[in-house]
Design a binder for this molecule. Structure first.
Ligand SMILES: [Zn+2]
Length: 416
């Protein structure tokens, strides 16, 4: 009887988790205007999850289009695309297998690990323990709560000083399913603390500047990807009258809001929100940066995937007034990153490099006056996409550290 009861509970628990058996991820290569139209039509008629670009609205000619297709539509999609002479490559043969294969580092049932994808509970207790165990170099503050009431805890790294220091702000995990991103923020904190006093550059950085790190911006979404749907991207806000949940926090900032590369359909994965900063997570970050804008000299935001280092603007093809300097620093950072494992990044202004998209945090911060504003799109280029195996956390974080340190060092040298 007890066993039956237990089995029943397990079944209930499993029922809440979205499974992806038989689903595939395709890479399509639209080379005709007609192909672009077909992809957009396909997206309207069946449920397709766009991995890259982030929505059907963003598809244009000669672009790699990575889409996740539910098992029940596979035959139909395959036939449809082949009849129209579109090139198709299978990136992921069976999505559930890829989800399962992602955890390829040794399991650590209870403990936090820098080479595992830690769930929110583990990240939260890690934040508490790391900030109390190194009180001379790190402190924490809650900058607000998420929609579902979880605290957004910001870490401040830097040698204590009686005067206000210039700072760098970095956030991870704006998009829930980009798990390598929060893994990088955790890695950065560990590296900063463990190399202070040993690595001359890190020591000098933390002596002269503070680095604010928000390990997970979209906490509700991140928690949801661990507990319910691995492929969730947006926030988890709800509004009466709509059955669709959440908005894209990286379309919700006050930067050409919802004019281009964003959707006003609440069901879209690039929904810009009902108004600017409607998403409390975006508002909390924006409020903090506004309050501290006189000291924040650089804004870094970490996403995946595609191996890009982007800078303003995304909401317009116009170049920033400081374009040449931003490009020079991005190219230097990409070269530093590549020096370790040969990983190639493309850098440039977002609109011209990928596609125009409004409401992004990097454009907003730049227009507020934070000159050095960069978006990282970490590994890979689509082989695993959002399901980057844990065995790649360490090399990805190591190489990304070099790029972040390059930017930080440049900013530090150009403070005054
Ligand atoms: Zn993202």
């Amino acid at each position: 009887m007890k066993v039956l009861l237990l089995l029943g509970l397990v079944a209930v628990a499993l029922a809440d988790i979205t499974r992806f058996e038989g689903e595939k991820v395709f890479r399509l290569k639209p080379v005709l205007d007609e192909h672009v139209t077909l992809i957009k039509e396909l997206a309207k008629s069946i449920e397709v999850d766009f991995w890259s670009p982030e929505s059907a609205e963003l598809v244009s000619i000669d672009m790699d289009v990575d889409i996740r297709v539910p098992a029940m539509y596979l035959d139909m999609v395959f036939t449809f695309l082949q009849q129209n002479d579109m090139k198709i490559e299978v990136l992921i043969e069976d999505l559930q297998s890829a989800v399962d294969a992602q955890a390829d580092n040794k399991p650590s049932p209870r403990a936090h690990s820098y080479t595992k994808y830690n769930n929110w509970d583990k990240v939260e207790s890690w934040i508490a323990s790391i900030s109390s165990s190194n009180s001379d170099l790190i402190s924490k503050q809650v900058i607000g709560n998420t929609y579902e009431g979880r605290p957004m805890t910001l870490l401040k790294l830097g040698r204590k000083s009686s005067s206000t220091k210039p700072a760098i702000f970095m956030d991870c995990g704006i998009h829930a399913r980009e798990w390598i991103s929060p893994a990088f923020c955790q890695w950065f904190v560990k590296e900063a603390l463990s190399t202070y006093g040993r690595d001359a550059q890190m020591t000098s950085l933390l002596d002269e500047m503070d680095v604010f790190v928000l390990p997970v911006l979209n906490v509700d979404g991140y928690d949801y990807t661990h507990k319910s749907n691995r492929m969730w991207r947006k926030t988890r806000s709800r509004r009466s009258g709509s059955s669709c949940v959440g908005a894209d926090p990286n379309r919700n900032f006050d930067a050409g809001w919802c004019t281009v590369g964003a959707s006003n359909n609440p069901c879209s994965d690039i929904f810009c929100g009902y108004k600017i900063e409607s998403e409390i997570e975006a508002k909390n970050v924006a409020d903090f940066i506004r309050r501290n804008k006189s000291i924040i000299k650089a804004y870094l935001t970490v996403h995946s995937y595609s191996q890009l280092l982007l800078f303003p603007y995304a909401y317009t093809y116009e170049l920033s007034a400081t374009h040449s300097e931003l490009l020079k620093v991005a190219e230097g950072a990409s070269a530093a990153l590549r020096s370790l494992y040969g990983t190639r990044y493309t850098s440039g202004p977002a609109a011209a490099t990928i596609y125009p998209a409004a409401g992004g945090s990097d454009d907003w911060a730049h227009d507020l006056g934070v000159k050095y504003s960069y978006t990282f799109e970490l590994r890979d280029t689509g082989r695993y996409g959002f399901l980057l195996p844990e065995s790649q956390i360490k090399p990805t974080c190591e190489e990304t550290m070099l790029a972040v340190k390059y930017i930080a060092s440049y900013v530090q040298k150009n403070l005054y």
